[in-house]
Design a protein around this ligand. Structure first.
Ligand code: HPA
Length: 232
C-alpha cells in the first residue's frame, strides 16, 4: 500500500496507461481489458489491472496538473515497480494542430517550477522514451490517424491571461496540457519509460471544442495506439 494507492505490490502491472480522468481509467478497463480488477478507490482515483492480448496491463487516473500526476507516478514507480507509463489525455491545440488531431509528445516545455526543483535550477528538457515514441508513430500511421509528433507544453494554469501561447506557438509547440513535464522528468529520475499521447479536445485560441461523443471516439483510437506502443 502507498499513501494514495491502496493496492498490494503485484496488483499493478509493469505497463500502465495514465488518463487524467479516473472514469477514463474505468472506461479503458471495461473496453479493452480482459478480467479487469479495480485495485484502487482512494479519492475515487480509480486504477484497474487486466490483460490485453495476453499481456498484463493497468490503467490509473492521475488527476489534473503536475502536482496530482506526480503523486501517483511517484508511487507507481517507487512502490509498484511500474516500468512503462503512457499518458493518454486531451490537450488544447495551438499552431498547426486541428481539433481531434492526435499529438505524440517528443518533449514537454513548461512554466511549472517542478522541473527546476528537480534539477536545482537547471532547465532540464523532459523527453519521451524513443522506443515508445517510435512504436506509437508506427501505430498511428498504420491506423491512418491525423497525428503530429513534436513538442507540447505543460502549463500550470488552464485559465491563463499571459502571452505564453504567442511565445510557444512561435517556437513550434503543438499543444498545451497540464501533466507531461512531470511524467517525463519522473521517468528520467527513476529510469523508466514514458510517453504522452493526447488528442486535441479544444483549440486554445478559438475555444472550438469537441463533443463528448467525438472525445470518446478519439480516446478509443489513442488507447489503441498507446497499447500498440506499450506492448508491441
Ligand atoms: N490548456 C491546458 N490544458 C488543456 C487544454 C488547454 O487548453 N485543453 C485540454 N487540456
Amino acid at each position: 500500500m502507498s499513501i494514495h494507492i491502496a493496492a498490494q505490490s503485484g496488483d499493478i502491472a509493469e505497463t500502465i496507461l495514465l488518463p487524467g480522468d479516473p472514469l477514463r481509467a474505468q472506461w479503458i478497463a471495461e473496453n479493452f481489458f480482459e478480467n479487469p480488477v479495480r485495485y484502487n478507490t482512494v479519492r475515487n482515483m480509480f486504477g484497474f489491472t487486466g490483460t490485453y492480448k495476453g499481456h498484463r496491463v493497468s490503467a490509473q487516473g492521475t488527476g489534473m496538473g503536475v502536482p496530482s500526476l506526480s503523486i501517483y507516478v511517484n508511487e507507481l514507480f517507487n512502490d509498484y515497480n511500474v516500468q512503462t507509463a503512457i499518458r493518454v489525455g486531451t490537450c488544447g491545440g495551438i499552431g498547426k494542430t486541428k481539433l481531434r488531431d492526435v499529438v505524440i509528445a517528443m518533449a514537454a516545455s513548461t512554466d511549472s517550477g517542478t522541473n527546476r526543483r528537480a534539477t536545482g535550477g537547471l532547465d532540464y528538457s523532459p523527453i519521451a522514451n524513443y522506443e515508445l515514441l517510435e512504436r506509437a508513430v508506427g501505430s498511428a500511421r498504420e491506423r491512418g490517424l491525423d497525428f503530429h509528433v513534436g513538442g507540447i507544453a505543460t502549463m500550470d494554469l488552464f485559465y491563463d491571461d499571459s502571452n505564453a501561447v504567442d511565445v510557444l506557438e512561435k517556437l513550434g509547440v503543438l499543444a498545451l496540457e497540464m501533466e507531461t513535464t512531470g511524467l517525463y522528468t519522473l521517468a528520467a529520475k527513476y529510469q523508466r519509460r514514458a510517453l504522452t499521447i493526447c488528442t486535441v479536445s479544444d483549440m486554445v485560441r478559438t475555444h472550438e471544442a469537441t463533443s463528448s461523443e467525438e472525445r470518446e471516439t478519439g480516446f478509443r483510437a489513442m488507447v489503441e495506439v498507446a497499447l500498440d506502443a506499450a506492448l508491441g
